[in-house]
Every structure is written in structure tokens, then in C-alpha cells.
Design a protein around this ligand. Structure first.
Ligand SMILES: [Fe+2]
Length: 370
């Protein structure tokens, strides 16, 4: 029983009702969240103005002599404007292990994790620009990535899940299609970051409905991991991840999406949201709140030549097609699994050929949590 005298069994029901309520009247929330997100990557303080192009990194720390970034992409361009010439340390977490900093004279500093990079730089007074990039980014040839979602309430027991991802060979990066956490609290986001420390590659994530449990408009996800709607190129392919945490796309996200679709039209283009636009199995509505918007989105993606869509939210694995586009649902991070599907915890290793414009998935099973 709860403290109110109601049977405790009502607590999940109330939470579910609150979630459904949030999902049915949510365009304003999504647009306010998108407006807040637009400020990510811009910061002024300690005598330095920082502007990460396309907002592709969160500014974690800006204090005298130290700038720390968390990228949501393999490459970054950062415009800086210093009030006075001086020495700075630029720290980049969630970086490719072979990433290099260019644009100013930069001396690498050692750090304990392969994805934690740091350089000591001397910035001139006034504007300067630095680029973060890995030399292999330019090679248009097959590569492998990981995709997963829905670690949510199982995150505290997900050590084996992350260890198995770390054991995969030749992974460039991972994509996370949301519900990293159970409620989106800062301590959960920090726990996710600690889980990542075993990985020799970065993760780029969009958010899910579970990231919005603490705040629907300014989630901790934004402060730690950055934007939930973004797009980046890699080795001749393009990757676009879009915030669908309230079962819709914000109007301003729709506008960005058109730009990203145009940029990805000629090559392999992977599109990812947390919510599947349409329910893959029946009418449970594990999907966008509006089927009209879902059909509009899928038609827009298909006309733009998107080659693969990936979603989470459904705690199973499905390989299917949407408007002729190959689609995967991978929600095997440890949330309560679908009954009788025989899937359990899993992630995908996907081999992408940007020349042939194909993607071949392998389901890697992790098994039940101990
Ligand atoms: Fe979800």
C-alpha cells in the first residue's frame, strides 16, 4: 500500500497515465525543448566566447584556462573568441580515440580513457577556430557501428551489456536511440557516462520519453550529452538523430530535418528516432501520437532517399520496412522485454557500406541480467 492508502499497484498506472497525457498534447513541450536545445554549444565566460558549429557538442565546463566539450559527432568545428591571448586546456570527452585538434598549435595531454582527449593550446586574442577530426573520417569505405536503446531502469545492472559492446571489434561509434535512463535524473545520466568508460569508442544519442521524467523541456540529457536532434557526416555516409521524446517532432526540428535530408540525399543516410513513427505490431500505439505526422515523416524520409531507419522504445528486435525503407527496432538495453519474443537484451552491430549504400545488421545477444 502507498502512504495515501491506495494500493501500491496504482503507482505504475498513474505514471502510465501521466505519460499518455504527456504524449497526447506535446507539440508545445517538444518545441520548447527544441528551443532550449538550440542554445547548446554556445557559451560565454572566463574571457572566452565558444560557438560549436551546428551545436554538435555540449559545453560542459568553461572556466579560466579550461574548456570541456562533449561531442555528439565524430568531427567538430569550434569558433572561439578570446578577450586576451592565453593558454588553455581543451578537453574533449566522448571523442574518437584518434581525433586530432587543429587550427591552433595544440600539445596533447594524456588522459586515462581512450575517448577522453585533451590538448594544451595558446589562443590568440580575438577570433580563432579549432577543428576536431580523425584522419580516417575521409576514407569512404565500409565501417561498423553499434546501435542500441532502452537501458533505462536496468542501467545499474548494465555492466555486462557495456562490456560486451566494448568487446566488439572495429567499432567506429555507437548510436543510442533513447531511453538511456529511467527518469532522466542527472545522477542517472552520470551513471550512463560511467558505464561508457569501458568503451573504446564514443556514443552519440538521441533522447527518449524516459529522459523527460524530471523535465520535459530542459532535461539533464541536454546539459550532459547535448542536443537530441542533430546530424553529422562520416566516411561518405550521413547520420541524423531526431528527438521524438514526446511522440512528435517539434516544428523547428522539422525545419532542421529538411536541411539534413538535403545534405544526405546523395549518399547512405541513416535516420534514428526513439519512437517508431508507426507501431510495428498492432495498435498498441508504441508510436508517434499522430499517425498523420508519422505518415508525413516516413514519406518525407523516403522521398529524400533515406536508406535505413532505426528506432527504440519497443523492447524487442524487429527488422521490417517502412515505405520501402529498411527499418530496425532495437530496444534491448534491459527494459522489461516483450513476452514470448525470445529476444531479451541485445544490441546491433551494423556494417555499413557507404559506396554500395547498404547496411548489414547482426544482433548481439547479451542474455538476461544476472
Ligand atoms: Fe521509450
Amino acid at each position: 500500500m502507498s502512504a495515501t492508502g491506495r494500493p501500491a499497484v496504482w503507482a505504475p498506472a498513474v505514471w502510465a497515465l501521466a505519460t499518455v497525457t504527456a504524449l497526447t498534447g506535446c507539440v508545445d513541450l517538444a518545441d520548447e525543448r527544441a528551443a532550449n536545445e538550440a542554445r547548446i554549444g554556445q557559451r560565454r565566460g572566463a574571457g572566452l566566447t565558444v560557438a560549436v558549429q551546428d551545436g554538435l557538442a555540449a559545453v560542459r565546463v568553461l572556466e579560466p584556462g579550461r574548456l570541456e566539450l562533449w561531442p555528439q559527432a565524430p568531427g567538430l568545428t569550434v569558433d572561439l573568441d578570446a578577450e586576451a591571448a592565453g593558454e588553455w586546456v581543451i578537453e574533449v570527452r566522448n571523442a574518437l580515440p584518434d581525433a586530432l585538434l587543429s587550427g591552433v598549435a595544440a600539445t596533447p595531454e594524456p588522459r586515462d580513457l581512450p575517448t577522453h582527449k585533451a590538448w594544451r593550446v595558446t589562443l590568440p586574442a580575438g577570433p580563432s577556430r579549432v577543428d576536431l577530426a580523425a584522419p580516417r573520417a575521409a576514407a569512404v569505405e565500409p565501417f561498423r557501428i553499434i546501435a542500441f536503446a532502452d537501458t533505462q531502469e536496468a542501467l545499474p545492472e548494465a555492466g555486462d551489456f557495456f562490456a560486451k559492446m566494448a568487446a566488439q571489434r572495429d567499432i567506429e561509434f555507437g548510436l543510442v536511440s533513447g531511453d538511456l535512463t529511467d527518469m532522466g535524473y542527472p545522477d542517472e545520466v552520470r551513471l550512463f557516462q560511467r558505464r561508457m568508460e569501458v568503451l573504446p569508442f564514443p556514443l552519440y544519442a538521441t533522447l527518449g520519453n524516459h529522459e523527460l521524467g524530471e523535465s520535459s523541456t530542459a532535461p539533464a540529457f541536454h546539459r550532459y550529452f547535448g542536443r537530441a536532434s542533430f546530424s553529422f557526416p562520416w566516411r561518405g555516409a550521413r547520420f541524423t538523430l531526431v528527438d521524438s521524446g514526446t511522440a512528435t517532432l517539434a516544428p523547428r526540428t522539422w525545419r532542421s530535418l529538411h536541411t539534413w535530408l538535403a545534405q544526405g540525399r546523395d549518399g547512405f543516410h541513416l535516420f534514428m528516432t526513439h519512437m517508431p513513427p508507426l507501431d510495428v505490431a498492432g495498435l498498441r500505439n508504441n508510436a508517434f501520437a499522430s499517425r498523420a505526422e508519422a505518415h508525413k515523416l516516413l514519406g518525407t524520409l523516403a522521398r529524400a532517399g533515406v536508406d535505413l531507419t532505426i528506432h527504440g522504445h519497443v523492447h524487442s528486435f524487429h527488422a521490417y520496412a517502412q515505405v520501402g525503407m529498411p527499418a530496425f527496432i532495437t530496444g534491448g538495453g534491459g527494459g522489461i522485454g516483450e513476452a514470448f519474443d525470445g529476444i531479451d537484451r541485445h544490441f546491433l552491430v551494423i556494417e555499413i557500406d557507404p559506396v554500395a549504400q547498404t547496411a548489414l545488421p547482426a544482433v548481439v545477444r547479451v542474455g538476461a541480467a544476472e
